[in-house]
Ligand binder design. Structure first.
Ligand code: CP
Length: 318
């Protein structure tokens, strides 16, 4: 694996390999054992041109547990604010012998652009680009689903909310279909549902939450991406919650062991009730924890010097 930019076009074997490798990293990710030296001597630069809490910090933790050196560029205080171009910023970081860029950017295609222009020895991971893709989020979600449900081939999965502007939904749908999930439902108001999504992605579209979550095994709630839309398209938050907010009563129509997911950040009382977000079916914080192991897997597959299996774990102190 050279870059990890999208879940589109990746094989089931590769996605499964990422999940299997992440399983092997869980002990290190959860600090049950010490760091592993798979990326010792490598330099990883986090370039976040858009805000982030979970993704940036779990990438940093994952890199440190692989024994890499980590640079966190603070874009708001970097020379980008003085007008330096993206390419000039890249060239300067490459001069510091960076091996990997982890990139978040508001523009769709930014990570592909960087991968196309970076020095050939540098790997690029997409940490979210515009409305396009957020592949490591999708993989940590697949990892969380597999840990709870084991077998993708019997699942009904519902993705609820702002499907139109969500890079997470797009990456999840592609990964779910590749991993063999037979029924993926998308549930949204018509203003937040892309035209032709059923034909383009092989999913079933619903505009009624109660109907859409009936009998599903997994419910993934999404945040409304106000920053990527014309807000006049939207109902008020109160109205949105009334129609599309997940409550315990609505959740009761799903399978009794259905899990509830959300990539974060949550807007409580808008896309879901606190009782659901903090309730027994919620695996939202588990998703965050799993992000460390999954990002360790992806980073080590791109720039690791050894295979996890050939490496005795816990042989390196901090
Ligand atoms: N899920 C996600 O991408 O969260 P952050 O924006 O906090 O990174």
């Amino acid at each position: 694996l050279k870059h990890f930019l999208t879940t589109e076009g990746l094989s089931r074997d590769l996605l499964t390999d990422i999940l299997d490798q992440a399983e092997g990293f869980l002990g290190v990710a959860q600090q049950a054992v010490k760091k592993v030296p798979l990326c010792r001597g490598k330099v990883i630069a986090n370039l976040f041109f858009e805000t982030s809490t979970r993704t940036r910090t779990t990438f940093e933790l994952a890199a440190k547990r692989l024994s890499a050196d980590v640079l966190n560029l603070n874009i708001s205080t970097s020379a980008t604010a003085k007008g330096e171009t993206l390419l000039d910023t890249l060239r300067n970081l490459e001069a510091m012998h960076v091996d990997m860029f982890v990139v978040r950017h508001a523009t769709s295609g930014a990570a592909h652009f960087i991968a196309a222009h970076a020095d050939p020895h540098v790997s690029v991971i997409n940490a979210g680009d515009g409305r396009h893709a957020h592949p490591t989020q999708a993989m940590l979600d697949m990892f969380t689903i597999r840990r709870h449900k084991q077998d993708f081939s019997r699942l009904r999965v519902a993705i609820v909310g702002d499907i139109m502007h969500s890079r997470v939904a797009r990456s999840q749908i592609l990964a779910l279909k590749t991993l063999g999930v037979p029924e993926v439902r998308v549930i949204a108001p018509s203003t937040l549902m892309p035209n032709g999504i059923e034909e383009a992605f092989g999913v079933r579209a619903y505009h009624d939450l109660r109907e859409g979550v009936r009998d599903v095994d997994v419910i993934i709630m999404l945040r409304i991406q106000h920053e990527r839309m014309n807000s006049s398209l939207l109902p008020s938050e109160h109205e949105y919650f009334r129609l599309f907010g997940l409550t315990e009563e609505r959740l009761s129509t799903a399978q009794p062991d259905a899990i509830v997911m959300h990539p974060g950040p949550i807007n409580r009382g808008v896309e879901m009730d606190s009782q659901v977000a903090d309730g027994p079916r919620s695996v939202i914080l588990e998703q965050v924890s799993n992000g460390i192991a999954v990002r360790m897997a992806v980073m080590s597959m791109c720039i690791g010097t050894q295979n996890l299996k050939s490496q005795p774990q816990g042989d390196v102190d901090g």
